[in-house]
Design a protein around this ligand. Structure first.
Ligand code: GRF
Length: 190
């Protein structure tokens, strides 16, 4: 099985997934990193882990469909059958969704449907809830929606700052995402 990971930024989830696949000998290969920022830190991490990279510059294409078609061409060449979004800061359009229906996963740093959007950790912290968490879900056409596969709760402690909460959420992400991947592969669902 060959998968692609899409990321825009730091890439800690990319590293957690790629290392878990290697260490647990999961029958899957990260065949491509798709990244939409030429200076993202994740690119260096992919180079270190010897994962092939495709950098996509959306501005170089007339529209989103054309850019996604360029991504699709690379995915086809790499024989990718599933996509894991890991901090990919763009909405997936109909071109990719149509080609990979029920084959695109995302991780979100809150307990969806609560606190969707780009600031899930901060929004939960500011709202004063006592529990937040991490969600892995299939994606559909809307933002941070689509069937939930797994969730893990993370308590917000009285002494937490946004930074300590962020650290705990990320640690949880790095455990949950590889565990969900392993589970889906075992069940033949990916
Ligand atoms: C993660 O918190 C993920 O849930 C969110 O974006 C962040 C990406 O972090 N969608 P990283 O690039 O994997 O370090």
């Amino acid at each position: 099985k060959k998968i692609a990971i899409f990321a825009s930024g730091t890439g800690t989830n990319f590293v957690a997934l790629t290392k878990a696949i290697q260490q647990q000998h999961l029958p899957v290969t990260v065949s491509l990193l798709v990244c939409d920022h030429e200076d993202a830190q994740v690119l260096q991490r992919a180079a270190e882990l010897k994962v092939p990279i495709f950098v996509i510059n959306f501005k170089a294409y007339p529209n989103k469909a054309a850019a996604e078609q360029a991504i699709l061409d690379q995915l086809a060449k790499a024989e990718v059958t599933a996509i894991l979004l890991a901090g990919y800061m763009r909405i997936i359009g109909p071109t990719l969704l149509g080609a990979y229906t029920n084959k695109i996963l995302n991780i979100h740093p809150a307990l969806l449907p609560n606190f969707p959007g780009a600031h899930g950790i901060e929004d939960a912290f500011k709202a004063g809830v006592k529990t937040t968490g991490v969600t892995v879900h299939y994606i559909d056409a809307a933002v941070d929606s689509g069937p939930i596969i797994a969730q893990k709760a993370v308590p917000i402690l009285a002494e937490d700052t946004l930074a300590t909460l962020e650290a705990r959420i990320h640690e949880t992400e790095h455990q949950l995402y590889p565990a969900v991947l392993a589970d889906l592969i075992k069940k033949g669902d990916l």
